[in-house]
Design a protein around this ligand. Structure first.
Ligand SMILES: Cc1cc2nc3c(=O)[nH]c(=O)nc-3n(C[C@H](O)[C@H](O)[C@H](O)COP(=O)(O)OP(=O)(O)OC[C@H]3O[C@@H](n4cnc5c(N)ncnc54)[C@H](O)[C@@H]3O)c2cc1C
Length: 484
């Protein structure tokens, strides 16, 4: 039986372990932390449960397919439901918008709240679906390996169609063509942030994200997003995967150009195959010091990061939904600040309260507030100062837009900064999604599932191809395993 080591237990590492074990490999996962799951970990303290990172579940069929591939019934491991209201949006001028799951209701809500014609919305969603159909297979389901040989055959004919669909314009410019109201443009621009990008620079192909959320659906795991991690671990254990926590891998051992094991401290462990779920940049810098890194890939602009306040809050707030957005007054200014490594004093606030769906996630008369703003990746900023200022600004915004005075009701607090994200998950500079997707060609400069000069080594995870986010990380595992 071939042996295989997985370095890191993010969603992609756990999925790779399951798929490899299902194919008969003898699999061991080595995780630096005491907890498995990486960004998709969870916090349980003082009676509150928080999903540490991801909160919105899209493309559930990718996870389902992984379980069915292993001959399992997904519903024996987890359950999820479609959110009737995906997000509740609050605008600074007092407008409140419900992003209904049903496309017709969603479109009507634009007409009711903003005076944006509903047919504009339906036309846009149709456009987004077309872009998805053109890009899904090319960018998400195939390896980028030997990309330049692969592009002419499959991508260029599609690229011509994309130009016809104006996919090479910026997302913001695309939205200005479809919509007449600033509120609608701001709402759809927000989807660029789902992969840490800037709607004023990212390409119109990012419209696929609104397709996934609105045409395909947004879902919630009945046990919270961490249930994805728990279910993968359960399946892995049934398939014989060994999990080693508190086990930071310090080197990938090479025999010539072939990976042949890993080193932890002064202990060497030999394996036939190695899959690294460590972010691409630190994999080269720390684990493969003798290998020349692919500079073109590593030198790309990095995605944004996040600043998250996990607040255990006294009281129940019936005006809020599971996912809520408190928009900034000047969205472009917010992204200009991010581009310059700064944080706006009027940031858009994302508020996720899983207790609205999972009652046990907070004690009675309390709620678990996951409060997140987009911030730049770390480039040496003073994060203590940024956190203090952001906390004041967020509390003021919550008070002015929701009428909730929160400061005296916070019973529990934890904070995650880009620095913390980097030290807890080894994500380079705390960037959430590896490279940013601010250019039409960004997709081609993500690290593929292998470095052609290294044998028996595969790369998986949100820092590489096809990208960040739970479903794409699961797809990265499938692509890597298909290439063994
Ligand atoms: C705040 C936040 C919000 C998000 N929101 C969403 C969302 O709503 N929906 C969505 O789909 N996605 C979301 N994401 C993105 C999603 O969480 C990530 O893309 C995904 O979880 C990343 O998984 P990964 O496999 O790349 O590994 P990671 O989660 O990055 O984990 C890598 C793991 O490898 C371990 N490791 C690294 N190096 C070593 C080593 N040398 N030895 C041993 N172990 C090592 C780390 O400790 C870590 O546990 C969000 C992320 C964050 C942080």
């Amino acid at each position: 039986m071939s042996t295989l080591a997985v370095i890191g237990s993010g969603v992609a590492g756990l999925a790779s372990a399951v798929l490899a074990a299902n194919r008969g490999y003898d699999v061991s996962v080595f995780e630096a932390n005491s907890m498995l799951g990486g960004k998709a970990g969870e916090i349980r303290e003082a009676g509150f449960r928080f999903d540490r990172g991801p909160s919105l579940f899209t493309m559930p069929e990718v996870l389902d397919e992984l379980f069915t591939t292993c001959g399992k019934n997904p519903s024996d491991y987890y359950s999820y439901s479609r959110l009737p209201v995906i997000t509740k949006y609050f605008y600074p001028d007092g407008k409140v918008f419900h992003a209904y799951a049903k496309a017709e209701d969603f479109a009507q809500e634009f007409e009711r709240v903003f005076g944006e014609r509903s047919d504009h919305v339906l036309e846009y969603l149709y456009h987004a679906q077309k872009v998805f159909e053109l890009t899904d297979e090319v960018f998400l389901r195939h390896p980028l390996r030997k990309a330049w040989r692969y592009i002419p055959k499959h991508v260029l004919p599609k690229a011509a169609s994309l130009r016809r669909l104006k996919a090479f314009t910026t997302l913001n410019a695309l939205h200005k063509k479809f919509f007449t109201t600033p509120e609608a443009i701001q709402l759809f621009n927000r989807y660029a942030t789902y992969n840490g990008s800037d709607p004023y620079r990212a390409p119109g192909t990012m419209a696929v994200i609104s397709h996934l959320e609105h045409n395909h659906g947004a879902f919630i795991m009945d046990g919270g997003m961490h249930q994805v991690v728990q279910s993968l671990i359960q399946l892995g254990k049934e398939l014989g995967v060994d999990y080693h926590t508190n086990s930071p891998v310090e080197e990938i051992l090479l025999e010539g150009r072939r990976a042949c094991g890993i080193r932890l401290g002064d202990k060497k462990h030999l394996f036939d195959w190695v899959i690294t779920n460590m972010d691409v940049q630190p994999t080269y810098n720390k684990l493969l010091p003798s290998v020349k890194p692919p500079q073109k890939v590593l030198s790309q602009e990095k995605s944004t990061s996040a600043l998250i306040f996990y607040w255990g809050v006294h009281g129940e707030h019936s005006d809020l939904d599971v996912h809520n957005i408190l928009f900034s007054a000047d969205y472009q200014h917010e992204f200009d600040a991010l581009r310059n490594g700064k944080v706006s004093d009027d940031p858009t606030v994302y508020l996720y309260i899983s207790k609205k769906h999972i009652p046990n996630d907070a004690p009675d008369e309390a709620e678990n507030w996951f409060v997140m703003i987009n911030v730049p990746h770390d480039s040496g900023q003073d994060w203590d100062e940024i956190v203090a200022r952001a906390k004041d600004n967020v509390l003021t915004k919550i008070e002015s837009m929701l009428g909730i005075t929160l400061s005296s009701s916070i019973q529990y607090e934890r904070v995650w900064t880009p620095k913390g994200i980097e030290s807890d998950t080894s994500s380079y500079a705390g960037a959430l999604y590896g490279n940013a997707s601010n250019s039409p060609f960004s997709a081609f400069f993500r690290h593929s599932e292998r470095n052609p000069s290294l044998k028996n080594l595969r790369f998986v995870g949100g820092g590489g191809h096809p990208g960040g986010g739970v479903p794409l990380c699961l797809l990265s595992a499938k692509i890597a395993l298909d290439s063994l």
